[in-house]
Design a binder for this molecule. Structure first.
Ligand code: UT7
Length: 322
């Protein structure tokens, strides 16, 4: 019998410290009005000194496993999406594996920036449906506060720290009408656009971590067009229409990108998750954190579409029957 990749648990963690737009405007030439009207962001969470990505990720993972009524011993594989690892190497996933108390399995990182969760979830599907793993823990985690130039108002106001985790489990497809699980995904990369969103510096180029720079307008322009294309392509291949979608969980970079994409696709805002106001852009963590915020609003059998675009450029979408 074919195997389907189902979501059986999810959870998230946000650092305790909250920084509002007004807090930022005390140090930067910016304002709550500018930030909110251009991005929809009101506040962001920032990791405490000494609190690292693996700390955030471990708590999110524990919450997702509790929701799934599973223990770390049930996990065969951890795929952790991040571009802000604890160290250049080893993989942060290995540290999370140890912090969870796991003594077997495989753990590795994926660096696909803001599309990291979709890249990682697509790998979970591949490993599960080829029979290599039964239970895969996918984590998206970032501590962008550590790679931000806090004197650059164009980028400092946009990002936040956080972690989200989802437990995927392989279940035999019993042929019922719902056929719950990941239906399909698409992931894309266009490295010609490497420079429009990147860190200036990095271990190999400058022996430093580097700080983030972005041509915001260019990223915005590519985001709307590419996300609409990916949605239309996935819907067509799955033989469903936009009206069949119950929930859209977009990457949370900017409320204007989310609404422009939604308008072009004809999705009602009531079906669309918005957390950018509270979390800002948490990169790979934003989709699983939004899933956490949706809570039990999503019902078994609902059709869910997730989509994201980020540095690379990388982008993609995924259709899931909840
Ligand atoms: O996760 C994927 C990665 N990121 C994204 O998806 C982000 C995509 N891009 C965006 O969200 C938007 O382009 C931004 C929010 C980054 C910027 O909005 P914009 O409407 O494209 O503004 P802009 O960059 O064209 O800047 C307009 C003006 C500039 O002033 P001048 O040159 O017109 O005098 C900026 O210097 O706004 C100024 N500005 C600010 N003013 C107050 C830029 N940042 C700020 C700020 N506060 N924080």
């Amino acid at each position: 019998m074919p195997i389907r990749t189902q979501i059986v648990g999810w959870g998230g963690y946000l650092p305790r410290k909250v920084v509002t737009n007004n807090d930022l405007s005390e140090k930067l030439d910016t304002s709550d009005e500018w930030i909110y009207s251009r991005t929809g962001i009101k506040q962001r969470h920032i990791a405490a000194e000494g609190e690292v990505s693996s700390d955030l990720a471990t708590i999110a993972a524990q919450r997702a496993l509790a929701k799934a009524e599973m223990t770390p011993d049930d996990v065969d594989m951890i795929i952790l999406a991040t571009v802000t690892p604890d160290n250049t190497f080893p993989a942060t996933a290995a540290r999370v594996q140890a912090k969870l108390g796991m003594t077997r399995g495989v753990a590795f990182d994926i660096g696909a920036a803001c599309a990291g969760f979709i890249y990682a979830a697509s790998q979970a599907k591949n490993y599960i449906e080829t029979g290599y793993a039964k239970t895969v823990l996918v984590i998206g985690v970032e501590t962008f506060s550590r790679i931000i130039d806090w004197d650059d108002r164009r980028t400092a106001v946009l990002f936040g720290d956080g972690a989200g985790a989802v437990v995927f489990k392989g279940v035999e497809d019993n042929g019922d009408a719902l056929s719950r699980g990941i239906i399909s995904y698409e992931i894309h990369t266009d490295g010609r656009l490497y420079d429009i969103l990147r860190t200036q510096g990095g271990p190999s180029e400058t022996s430093t971590v580097g700080t983030l720079t972005m041509d915001g307008r260019e990223v915005f322009r590519h985001a709307v067009g590419k996300l609409v294309d990916v949605a239309e392509s996935l819907l067509k291949k799955a033989n469903v229409t936009i009206d069949d979608i119950d929930w859209v969980i977009p990457h949370q970079a900017n409320a204007r990108i989310i609404s422009a994409t939604g308008e072009r696709l004809g999705i009602s805002p009531e079906k669309t998750a918005i957390t950018v106001d509270k979390h800002a852009n948490t990169s790979a963590a934003s989709i699983p954190l939004a899933l956490m915020e949706m809570g039990d609003k999503i019902k078994p059998g609902d059709l869910v579409f997730i989509e994201a675009l980020g540095a690379g450029l990388v982008w993609g979408g995924m259709l899931i029957r909840w």
